[in-house]
Design a protein around this ligand. Structure first.
Ligand code: NAD
Ligand code: ZN
Ligand code: ZN
Length: 394
């Protein structure tokens, strides 16, 4: 906006100061965008399990505090840095944690969405251009004052703040008339799940699918498989309260591992006559990944891993098990190239090919962000939409 362009903006953000510590809503300074960067006003942000993972700080390498988490959001461009051509002040956009520069060897090929320069990097905590941060604060976590200290960025995005700065490669323009809260879901969870079904597995009509983990990501896989005409979608979750909602997303059968006296894969093989065509691991648990792998049919079964695994443990498979002809692959952001493919996906969602409404189970004001974290931790929400900007009508 004209009055803030080129100036430091002082605003509110939810700052993570340490693993498992409640986020602190406090004043921060947000620098103007540098060359090929964009400053956004965040309107709504939702919370994904990956935010929880980094907040837990289980893995030493992922710990970087103080930090602004959050990567699922919708916002308005406040100002752009030198050289940015494809978005301008006032555009409605969604952040993409897995960016697309459009020019590198990967971006110019169809095969992958892992841009050489802006692909998701869990270790990254500063801006690409100068290794600096655009966030700082002179307020301590207890509300006292301190000398200015920098606050780290997160997953190319950092959306739990009224204003943020991103590389322009990580900003996707959307239809200004699109339902904004629902567009936030396309920033991660729904695109990741639907894309895993459509792009990574290429689910075909009349096939069978097993989805492990019925959070937003897993249910988006189910929704994607339903849209492709899968005949049977088996949902597996240790939390039975997920099953009722899952029916809306096309899940036809439910398996709770806690109710079984045999391994889940055995049960799935029995009820499908040998195993499913596709399985998806969306819990982030390596033992579940093994169950997902073994639940597919020998010869052609295909497993897509989507969950994020914080433990140092590696793939729980014996190499000989691959001789049985099952395939396994990983999927980041559902294989979508954000800038070139998300606008079309957003249109499909608006036409109802994929229903976004059921994913929003809760809405809270920004100040209640710690309650929203708790809801996800307790398995009581799919996506909780936080209203970050004041006075929003839609
Ligand atoms: P969520 O917490 O909403 O859902 C996870 C579900 O898994 C819950 O319903 C939970 O009850 C179930 N679950 C957990 N452990 C289980 C077990 N042992 N057996 C059966 N069910 C179990 O999380 P989400 O936001 O849907 O994210 C799911 C996973 O996907 C996370 O690991 C997240 O980090 C990851 N993720 C990956 C990408 C990517 O690009 N690859 C993007 C987004 C999220
Ligand atoms: Zn996510
Ligand atoms: Zn690129």
């Amino acid at each position: 906006m004209a009055e803030t362009q080129g100036k430091v903006i002082t605003c509110k953000a939810a700052v993570a100061w340490g693993p498992k510590e409640p986020l602190v809503i406090q004043e921060i300074c947000v620098d103007p965008p540098q060359k090929m960067e964009v400053r956004l006003q965040i309107l709504y942000s939702s919370i994904c399990h990956t935010d929880l993972g980094f907040w837990n700080g289980t893995n030493e390498a992922e710990r970087a505090f103080p930090r602004i988490l959050g990567h699922e959001a919708v916002g308005i461009v406040e100002s752009v840095g030198e050289g940015v051509k494809d978005v301008k002040e006032g555009d409605y956009v969604i952040p993409a944690f897995n960016g697309e520069c459009g020019e590198c060897r990967v971006c110019t090929k169809e095969e992958s969405n892992l841009c050489e320069k802006y692909q998701v990097d869990p270790m990254k905590r500063v801006m690409v251009s100068d290794g600096g941060t655009r966030f700082s604060t002179t307020t301590t976590k207890d509300g006292g004052s301190s000398k200015s200290q920098r606050i780290y960025h997160f997953l190319n995005t950092s959306t739990f703040t009224e204003y943020t700065v991103l590389d322009s490669a990580c900003v996707v323009k959307i239809d200004p008339n699109a339902p904004l809260k629902q567009m936030s879901l396309l920033s991660c969870g729904v695109s990741t799940g639907v894309g895993a079904a459509w792009n990574s597995a290429n689910v075909k009509e009349g096939t069978t699918t097993a989805v492990f983990g019925l959070g937003s990501v897993g249910l988006a896989v189910a929704e994607g498989a339903r849209a492709r005409g899968a005949s049977r979608i088996i949902g597996v979750d240790a939390n039975a309260s997920k099953f009722e909602k899952s029916k809306l997303m096309g899940v036809t059968d439910f398996v709770n591992p806690k109710d079984l006296t045999k391994p889940v894969h055995q049960m799935i093989r029995e009820i499908t006559g040998g195993g499913v065509d596709y399985s998806f691991e969306c819990t982030g648990n390596v033992d579940v990944l093994r169950e997902a792998f073994l639940s597919t049919h020998v010869g052609w079964g295909s497993t897509v891993l989507v969950g994020i695994y914080p433990t140092p443990r590696t793939l729980p498979l014996h190499p000989m098990e691959l001789f049985e002809g099952r395939k396994i692959t990983g999927s980041v952001f559902g294989g979508f190239k954000p800038k070139s493919q998300l606008p079309n996906f957003a249109q499909q969602c608006m036409k109802g090919v994929v229903k976004l409404e059921p994913f929003i189970t809760n809405e809270l004001p920004f100040e209640k962000i710690n309650d929203a974290f708790q809801l996800l931790r307790d398995g009581k929400s799919l996506r909780c939409i936080l209203q970050i900007a004041k006075f929003l009508k839609r």
